[in-house]
Structures are given as C-alpha cells and as structure tokens.
Design a protein around this ligand. Structure first.
Ligand code: GLU
Length: 493
C-alpha cells in the first residue's frame, strides 16, 4: 500500500449506536490498526431535522465501551478538523459554488408542491421516481426572475445523461451503474446545509481518507460520489462496502429482532470483549472456524479480503455462548469487579447498599460458571444477600420423605452444625455425609432438604461451599425457619 491508511467512521447522530453501524466502525478501525494507519471519527450532522440530541454522546460512549479509539475527531482533535460537519459549512459552500461555476451543478427553484406533484405523476405513470430536471436548463433570465421572487434554491448535480459509472470495490469487485438511472440529486439544501453526498466527498478528500469502509446500503450512493470526485478533480479513495446484517429470519436486523443498540447489550451484561469478537465475525472470518479472537488477534489478522460478500446473520445464541466463555475467562477479582454494578442495581431494595465487597468476592466464584450475562448474577446469587427467603415449603420435602422426617433431619442437622468447629466446606462435608447414614437417609435426601432450607432453591452451587459462604449464623437461622415453615404444614394422612 503506497498511501498511509486513513479510515473513518462517519456516523450521523440520528439515534443510538446501532450494532450495524458499530460493526462498520469496528472494521474501519481494525483495518487502520492492522495497517499502522489512522482512524478518524467524523460526525455527519447535516440532516438537522433528523439529528437527535444526545446521539453523539451515546455513539462516543458505545465506541469507548468497546475500546474502539480514534486518532482524530471529537474530544481528541487533529490537524484535519473540525470533525463535525456542521462546523465545516464553508467548505461545502465553496465546493457547491465551484461545481456550479464548472457547470457540474445548477440551482433548482422547484417548490416542494411541484416536486410532490411530479412524484405522484411518476407513481401513476409507473416510471422510476426522480427529479425531472425542470431547472437544469433555465436561462440566466429565468434564474434572475426566480431569485427576484425570493425563492431560495437548492443546488443539484448535473448527472451525465448517458454512459456508465464504474468503480472497484475491495469487497464487491467491479461495480457498474447506468448514469441514466440516477437523477440530478441535491448537493445543497435550501436550509444552507449540504446533503450527505456533497459533505461526505468534500470531507473524505479534505481529511485525506484512503479507504472508505461502510455499509452496503451506501453502495448505490457511491457512483454519485465517484462522479463528484471526478467533477471536483479529487482522487477518490478506495471503497469497501460491508455486507448487510440480518436477523435470524433473514430480514434486515432491526428492533423487531431484539436489542439493536450496543448500549443495550452493555446494560444486559455482555462484556465488551465478547461484543468486539462477535461483531468482528459479522461479515469477516479468519478461517471459517475460529470463533474466539481477542482484540489483539483481531488487529493482527483483520483483512478486507476476508470480508464476505454475503449478508451476515446475527445469531443471539452464539453471542450468549461467547459471553459465557468470556465470563469464565475472567479472573474472579475481575468478574467480581464487573458484576458489582449489576448486583447493586438488580438485587432487591431491601439488601443493604453498598454491598460488602468482601462478601461479594466470596459469593461470586460460586456463580461465575453459570452466568451467561453479568446481569444474571443477581438472579443466581440473590439468596446469598437477602434476609428472608420466600419459597414453596413443599420443596423442602425430598422424595421418599415426609414432613416429620424432614423436620427431624433438619433438627439434628442444627444440633450438629451448632457444634461444628470452623464452618468450612470440608468440615461440613465430613459432618453431613455420615449424618445422612445415621438418619438412614440417602445423602440426596438430606442434602436436598438442607439446600432448599439455606437457599430456597433446588439448583445451587455445591451445597457445602454454599453453606460455608453463607456462614454459620445464616445457615442455622434459615434451617430453623424451614422447620417453622414445615410445622405449619398440615400433616399428611
Ligand atoms: N453518515 C453516514 C452514515 O450515517 C456515513 C456513511 C459513510 O460512511 O459514508 O452511515
């Protein structure tokens, strides 16, 4: 590659950071990092009506969460700034004026009503929609007249009426568009803002972008851009259009398929390392089989040549599996650190805040294996934190046991547990295994009753470890409450 690689992510601040657009950012970032280039963040806020307050902040938060860092752009600056299009309007005006002077563009005075009527007629006549070039050949005099009426014009590009526009796309190969199928699109709107097309090419040129990496939906805009580059006598960048992302039903990924903002994934407890890995595999692969790739490996191995032409399917089961894998890879300290905000948020209000970090650090190793999401932690460990348990008393009575035999087993357990020295998993096991035999119960019967008594659950981490973490006081108190509950049960005939 002769030129220094400079890629950009150019979101329009029209909403939250969609997984599709963050995937675009990721690929452009990986490509820059892989090739020792620069990655630029540019905010394309020229569609004033669609601009959403707070969108820039949430896009930035999404990128930061994933560790996608930019070398130039908002917050960090750079020598090609400003990096927000609404602060660069002068450049677009100059470009528009130049295109008009060169006869590549013209003022259009058509009213919205006229355009609306034209569209209706086109639909009726079943002809492709598009501007009918009404103002393309206005005489100087006609233009003066419109101007005198006070009509604020738009600027339109003078599309070649025939011929083809071709370009090479790194992913899609040779791409050809018929010029006569493209209309005289708008470059400058009457509100003084440029359209995406004009601002995009002016900035990609001004910011010396070497590779435009973006979603496939922009492919049909690219011939317009190629023509604009030629008209401006700018050398065009290289293009790479990324495949679509589909939901499991193979329609374009949307809210219907579940969460689409990366922030929602963060809030549900997916790890950023999972998301980075998962998004990288939406349309790219190392070798068709490797699934787990760290950030460093991705940077090392990413190439546009291995981006597929065919759409990628967003598979939530794969994402969940991957998150479980990454969660289990965390050290227990790291897992506890990451999970704590979720526990603080999710545990019942009655649990005292802030949580004891010492206690949480003892509980978390017991549930780490089973958590698929950080957000599962509260559900999986609730009974470690709450004061009173609420469960169906019948769950205490193991198969083959009665209310009475369960009460008896729990009473003897209390007696023995009161006397036990230390409350470690090993000593508890040494005490309770023989006790089952003494009571002529299967270990499963005794342990089942104890498990429910101390946790209110039937599926938990290993009983003795769980009891050791809960501690003597809590266990004894819960077992005696279980006995009280059982005593209220009517005796079965
Ligand atoms: N502003 C466009 C968007 O929101 C940028 C497309 C491009 O990268 O050229 O996706």
């Amino acid at each position: 590659m002769s030129r220094i690689v400079r890629t950009r992510f150019a979101p329009s601040p029209t909403g939250y950071p969609h997984v599709g657009s963050i995937r675009t950012a990721l690929f452009a970032w990986l490509f820059a990092r892989r090739n020792g280039g620069k990655f630029i963040l540019r905010i394309e806020d020229t569609d004033v009506a669609r601009t959403v307050e707070g969108a820039v902040e949430s896009i930035i938060a999404g990128l930061k969460w994933l560790g996608i860092d930019w070398d130039e752009g908002p917050e960090v600056g750079g020598s090609y700034g400003p990096y927000v299009q609404s602060q660069r309007l002068k450049l677009y005006h100059e470009a528009a004026v130049r295109l008009i002077e060169q006869d590549n563009a013209y003022y259009c005075y058509c009213s919205l009503q006229r355009l609306e009527k034209m569209r209706e007629e086109q639909t009726q006549r079943k002809v492709p929609p598009g501007y009918d070039r009404h103002c393309r050949n206005l005489s100087q005099q006609e233009r003066e007249l419109k101007k005198a009426e006070g009509i604020v014009p738009v600027v339109r590009f003078k599309m070649p009426l025939n011929g083809k526009t071709r370009f090479q796309d790194i992913i899609r190969g040779n791409v050809v568009f018929e010029n006569n199928l493209m209309d005289d699109f708008v470059l400058m709107k009457s509100d003084g803002y440029p359209t995406y097309h004009l601002a995009n090419i002016v900035d990609d040129h001004a910011m010396d972008i070497s590779h435009v990496i973006r979603a496939e939906e922009w492919l049909s805009s690219t011939p317009k851009h190629v023509l604009l580059y030629a008209a401006m006598r700018f050398e065009p960048p290289q293009f790479a259009h990324l495949p679509l992302i589909l939901g499991p039903d193979r329609s374009k990924l949307s809210k219907r398929h579940g969460a689409v903002s990366v922030m929602e994934y963060r809030d549900q407890g997916y790890l950023p390392e999972t998301m980075l890995n998962f998004l990288a595999l939406l349309g790219w692969s190392l070798d068709d089989k490797t699934e787990l790739l760290s950030r460093e490996q991705l940077i090392e191995d990413f190439s546009l040549e291995r981006v597929s032409k065919t759409a990628a399917v967003f598979n939530i089961e794969k994402l969940n599996w991957m998150n479980g894998v990454y969660i289990r890879q965390l050290s227990i300290e790291e897992f506890t650190r990451r999970v704590t905000p979720f526990l603080e948020w999710d545990l019942p209000a009655a649990v005292k805040r802030p949580l004891s970090s010492e206690y949480a650090a003892k509980v978390m190793p017991l549930i780490q294996e089973r958590a698929k999401l950080l957000d599962d932690a509260a559900q999986l460990s609730r009974y470690f934190f709450v004061d009173s348990l609420d469960y169906d008393v019948n769950l205490l009575i193991s198969k083959g046991m009665t209310k009475e035999s369960t009460i008896r087993a729990l009473e003897v357990s209390i007696e023995r547990l009161e006397k036990v020295e230390g409350f470690e998993a090993v000593s508890l096991e040494a005490l309770l295994r023989p006790l089952a035999e003494e009571l002529q119960l299967k270990t499963g019967q005794l342990f089942g009753a104890l498990r429910t008594a101390v946790s209110g659950e039937t599926a938990t981490p290993p009983l003795f470890q769980m009891m050791a973490v809960l501690g003597k006081m809590r266990c004894l108190d819960r077992i005696s409450k279980a006995i009280d509950k059982l005593q209220l049960l009517p005796t079965q005939p």
